[in-house]
Write a protein that binds this ligand. Sequence first.
Ligand code: URA
Length: 238
Amino acid sequence: MERLDKVLANVGYGTRKEVKILTKKGEVLVNGKIVKDSSAKVDPYKDDITVSGEKVLYREFIYLMMNKPDGVVSATFDNYDETVIDLLDEEYKVFEPFPIGRLDKDTVGLLLITNDGALNHKLISPKNHVDKVYYAEIDKAVNEKDVAAFKNGIVLDDGYKCMPGKLEILKADEDGSEVLVTIQEGKFHQVKRMFKSRDKEVVYLRRESFGPLKLDESIDEGFFRELTPEEVEALQSV
Ligand code: URA
Protein backbone atom coordinates (compact mmCIF):
# COMPACT_ATOMS: atom_id res chain seq x y z
CA MET A 1 0.00 0.00 0.00
CA GLU A 2 1.21 3.50 -0.81
CA ARG A 3 0.16 7.04 -0.05
CA LEU A 4 -2.37 8.42 -2.52
CA ASP A 5 -0.40 11.68 -2.97
CA LYS A 6 2.79 9.74 -3.80
CA VAL A 7 0.99 7.54 -6.32
CA LEU A 8 -0.63 10.49 -8.09
CA ALA A 9 2.56 12.57 -8.07
CA ASN A 10 4.44 9.61 -9.57
CA VAL A 11 2.14 9.41 -12.55
CA GLY A 12 2.19 13.12 -13.23
CA TYR A 13 -0.68 14.79 -11.39
CA GLY A 14 1.68 17.44 -10.00
CA THR A 15 3.66 17.81 -6.83
CA ARG A 16 2.38 16.27 -3.61
CA LYS A 17 1.15 19.73 -2.61
CA GLU A 18 -0.77 20.12 -5.88
CA VAL A 19 -2.20 16.64 -5.46
CA LYS A 20 -3.33 17.58 -1.96
CA ILE A 21 -5.31 20.52 -3.35
CA LEU A 22 -6.93 18.32 -6.03
CA THR A 23 -7.85 15.79 -3.37
CA LYS A 24 -9.29 18.43 -1.03
CA LYS A 25 -11.50 19.64 -3.86
CA GLY A 26 -13.04 16.16 -4.09
CA GLU A 27 -11.60 15.45 -7.53
CA VAL A 28 -10.08 12.12 -6.49
CA LEU A 29 -12.15 8.94 -6.20
CA VAL A 30 -10.89 5.60 -4.93
CA ASN A 31 -13.12 2.66 -5.81
CA GLY A 32 -15.95 5.08 -6.55
CA LYS A 33 -15.72 7.04 -3.30
CA ILE A 34 -14.39 10.58 -2.89
CA VAL A 35 -11.20 10.57 -0.82
CA LYS A 36 -10.27 13.98 0.57
CA ASP A 37 -7.24 12.89 2.56
CA SER A 38 -4.23 12.71 0.26
CA SER A 39 -2.26 10.68 2.80
CA ALA A 40 -4.77 7.80 2.54
CA LYS A 41 -3.17 4.46 1.67
CA VAL A 42 -4.09 2.82 -1.63
CA ASP A 43 -2.97 -0.14 -3.69
CA PRO A 44 -2.07 1.54 -6.99
CA TYR A 45 -2.26 -1.74 -8.92
CA LYS A 46 -5.61 -2.93 -7.53
CA ASP A 47 -7.64 0.10 -6.47
CA ASP A 48 -9.70 1.93 -9.07
CA ILE A 49 -8.44 5.53 -8.83
CA THR A 50 -9.83 8.42 -10.86
CA VAL A 51 -8.85 12.10 -10.97
CA SER A 52 -11.48 14.52 -12.32
CA GLY A 53 -13.20 11.51 -13.89
CA GLU A 54 -10.02 10.24 -15.60
CA LYS A 55 -8.86 6.74 -14.72
CA VAL A 56 -5.32 6.60 -13.33
CA LEU A 57 -3.14 4.06 -15.12
CA TYR A 58 -0.45 3.22 -12.59
CA ARG A 59 2.88 1.76 -13.61
CA GLU A 60 6.43 1.84 -12.45
CA PHE A 61 8.24 1.75 -15.77
CA ILE A 62 7.79 3.29 -19.19
CA TYR A 63 9.27 2.01 -22.45
CA LEU A 64 9.39 4.24 -25.50
CA MET A 65 10.64 3.92 -29.07
CA MET A 66 11.81 7.20 -30.55
CA ASN A 67 12.81 8.03 -34.09
CA LYS A 68 15.63 10.34 -33.05
CA PRO A 69 16.02 13.41 -35.23
CA ASP A 70 19.26 15.09 -36.30
CA GLY A 71 20.62 17.83 -33.99
CA VAL A 72 19.36 16.43 -30.68
CA VAL A 73 21.62 14.81 -28.08
CA SER A 74 20.99 11.41 -26.46
CA ALA A 75 21.21 12.64 -22.88
CA THR A 76 18.84 13.60 -20.11
CA PHE A 77 20.32 17.07 -19.72
CA ASP A 78 22.58 19.32 -21.76
CA ASN A 79 23.68 22.91 -21.28
CA TYR A 80 23.52 23.81 -24.97
CA ASP A 81 21.59 21.33 -27.01
CA GLU A 82 18.07 20.02 -27.01
CA THR A 83 17.95 16.47 -25.61
CA VAL A 84 15.81 13.49 -26.60
CA ILE A 85 14.08 13.82 -23.22
CA ASP A 86 13.06 17.40 -24.07
CA LEU A 87 11.03 15.89 -26.94
CA LEU A 88 8.84 13.88 -24.56
CA ASP A 89 5.50 15.00 -23.09
CA GLU A 90 5.30 15.89 -19.42
CA GLU A 91 3.30 12.72 -18.71
CA TYR A 92 6.44 10.72 -19.58
CA LYS A 93 9.05 13.10 -18.14
CA VAL A 94 7.67 12.54 -14.63
CA PHE A 95 9.03 8.98 -14.84
CA GLU A 96 12.59 10.37 -15.17
CA PRO A 97 13.41 8.38 -18.29
CA PHE A 98 16.80 8.11 -20.02
CA PRO A 99 18.00 6.75 -23.36
CA ILE A 100 19.30 3.17 -23.60
CA GLY A 101 22.76 3.73 -25.06
CA ARG A 102 23.60 6.73 -27.18
CA LEU A 103 23.34 7.92 -30.73
CA ASP A 104 25.50 10.81 -31.94
CA LYS A 105 23.88 14.22 -32.28
CA ASP A 106 23.74 13.82 -36.07
CA THR A 107 22.61 10.16 -36.07
CA VAL A 108 18.91 9.53 -36.57
CA GLY A 109 16.67 6.51 -36.01
CA LEU A 110 15.75 4.00 -33.37
CA LEU A 111 16.42 5.05 -29.80
CA LEU A 112 14.85 3.29 -26.84
CA ILE A 113 13.98 5.35 -23.80
CA THR A 114 13.01 3.97 -20.41
CA ASN A 115 13.32 4.41 -16.66
CA ASP A 116 13.95 0.67 -16.18
CA GLY A 117 17.57 0.58 -15.00
CA ALA A 118 17.80 -3.22 -14.96
CA LEU A 119 16.67 -3.52 -18.57
CA ASN A 120 19.06 -0.76 -19.60
CA HIS A 121 21.93 -2.53 -17.91
CA LYS A 122 21.10 -5.80 -19.63
CA LEU A 123 20.77 -4.26 -23.09
CA ILE A 124 23.98 -2.25 -23.02
CA SER A 125 26.12 -4.95 -21.45
CA PRO A 126 28.64 -6.18 -24.07
CA LYS A 127 28.16 -9.67 -22.62
CA ASN A 128 24.69 -9.82 -24.08
CA HIS A 129 25.69 -9.38 -27.75
CA VAL A 130 22.65 -7.36 -28.78
CA ASP A 131 22.70 -6.69 -32.54
CA LYS A 132 22.29 -3.09 -33.67
CA VAL A 133 21.71 -2.50 -37.35
CA TYR A 134 22.59 0.81 -39.00
CA TYR A 135 21.84 2.10 -42.47
CA ALA A 136 24.74 4.29 -43.58
CA GLU A 137 25.69 6.40 -46.56
CA ILE A 138 29.41 6.54 -47.27
CA ASP A 139 31.37 9.07 -49.33
CA LYS A 140 33.28 6.48 -51.40
CA ALA A 141 32.73 3.09 -53.02
CA VAL A 142 32.63 0.39 -50.33
CA ASN A 143 34.08 -2.91 -51.54
CA GLU A 144 34.55 -6.57 -50.61
CA LYS A 145 37.84 -5.78 -48.84
CA ASP A 146 35.88 -3.55 -46.46
CA VAL A 147 33.37 -6.36 -45.91
CA ALA A 148 36.22 -8.74 -45.02
CA ALA A 149 37.87 -6.16 -42.73
CA PHE A 150 34.58 -5.68 -40.83
CA LYS A 151 34.25 -9.44 -40.50
CA ASN A 152 37.78 -9.80 -39.13
CA GLY A 153 37.33 -7.00 -36.61
CA ILE A 154 38.28 -3.42 -37.42
CA VAL A 155 41.07 -1.83 -35.36
CA LEU A 156 39.98 1.68 -34.32
CA ASP A 157 42.20 4.78 -34.09
CA ASP A 158 42.87 4.11 -30.38
CA GLY A 159 44.06 0.56 -31.09
CA TYR A 160 40.85 -1.15 -29.93
CA LYS A 161 39.98 -4.21 -32.01
CA CYS A 162 36.23 -4.38 -32.61
CA MET A 163 34.22 -7.56 -32.41
CA PRO A 164 33.38 -8.93 -35.87
CA GLY A 165 30.82 -6.75 -37.65
CA LYS A 166 28.63 -7.46 -40.64
CA LEU A 167 28.83 -5.08 -43.58
CA GLU A 168 26.31 -5.45 -46.41
CA ILE A 169 26.63 -3.36 -49.54
CA LEU A 170 23.29 -2.16 -50.90
CA LYS A 171 24.76 0.10 -53.55
CA ALA A 172 28.29 1.21 -54.33
CA ASP A 173 29.84 3.38 -57.04
CA GLU A 174 32.30 6.26 -57.35
CA ASP A 175 29.64 8.72 -56.05
CA GLY A 176 29.38 6.84 -52.76
CA SER A 177 27.68 3.86 -51.14
CA GLU A 178 24.66 2.72 -49.20
CA VAL A 179 25.32 -0.03 -46.69
CA LEU A 180 23.91 -1.88 -43.70
CA VAL A 181 26.20 -2.40 -40.72
CA THR A 182 25.44 -4.83 -37.89
CA ILE A 183 27.48 -4.50 -34.71
CA GLN A 184 27.02 -5.69 -31.14
CA GLU A 185 29.12 -3.09 -29.37
CA GLY A 186 28.53 0.59 -28.85
CA LYS A 187 31.89 2.33 -28.65
CA PHE A 188 31.95 6.11 -29.04
CA HIS A 189 31.31 7.00 -32.74
CA GLN A 190 31.88 3.34 -33.53
CA VAL A 191 30.44 3.05 -37.04
CA LYS A 192 32.03 6.32 -38.15
CA ARG A 193 35.40 5.25 -36.76
CA MET A 194 35.14 1.80 -38.37
CA PHE A 195 34.78 3.44 -41.77
CA LYS A 196 37.45 6.01 -40.95
CA SER A 197 39.90 3.14 -40.46
CA ARG A 198 39.08 2.14 -44.04
CA ASP A 199 39.72 5.74 -45.18
CA LYS A 200 36.02 6.37 -45.76
CA GLU A 201 33.55 8.84 -44.29
CA VAL A 202 30.02 8.20 -43.00
CA VAL A 203 27.84 11.01 -44.37
CA TYR A 204 24.47 9.79 -43.03
CA LEU A 205 23.71 7.32 -40.26
CA ARG A 206 20.38 5.87 -39.14
CA ARG A 207 19.79 3.08 -36.64
CA GLU A 208 17.33 0.62 -38.10
CA SER A 209 17.08 -1.91 -35.29
CA PHE A 210 18.07 -2.68 -31.75
CA GLY A 211 18.03 -6.36 -30.76
CA PRO A 212 14.60 -7.76 -31.64
CA LEU A 213 13.06 -4.33 -32.37
CA LYS A 214 12.92 -2.59 -35.74
CA LEU A 215 12.34 1.12 -36.17
CA ASP A 216 8.59 1.62 -36.64
CA GLU A 217 8.40 3.47 -39.95
CA SER A 218 5.16 5.17 -38.97
CA ILE A 219 7.04 7.21 -36.36
CA ASP A 220 8.31 10.45 -37.92
CA GLU A 221 11.70 11.83 -36.86
CA GLY A 222 11.38 13.62 -33.54
CA PHE A 223 8.40 11.51 -32.46
CA PHE A 224 7.97 8.41 -30.34
CA ARG A 225 5.47 5.83 -29.15
CA GLU A 226 5.18 3.45 -26.23
CA LEU A 227 6.41 -0.09 -26.81
CA THR A 228 3.71 -2.75 -26.87
CA PRO A 229 3.79 -5.36 -24.07
CA GLU A 230 5.07 -7.88 -26.67
CA GLU A 231 7.96 -5.58 -27.60
CA VAL A 232 8.89 -5.08 -23.94
CA GLU A 233 8.77 -8.85 -23.45
CA ALA A 234 11.03 -9.36 -26.48
CA LEU A 235 13.59 -6.94 -25.02
CA GLN A 236 13.41 -8.53 -21.57
CA SER A 237 14.24 -11.90 -23.03
CA VAL A 238 17.37 -10.99 -25.03
N1 URA B 1 28.09 4.65 -34.50
C1 URA B 1 28.36 5.95 -34.68
O1 URA B 1 29.39 6.31 -35.21
N2 URA B 1 27.45 6.83 -34.27
C2 URA B 1 26.27 6.49 -33.68
O2 URA B 1 25.47 7.36 -33.35
C3 URA B 1 26.02 5.12 -33.51
C4 URA B 1 26.95 4.21 -33.92
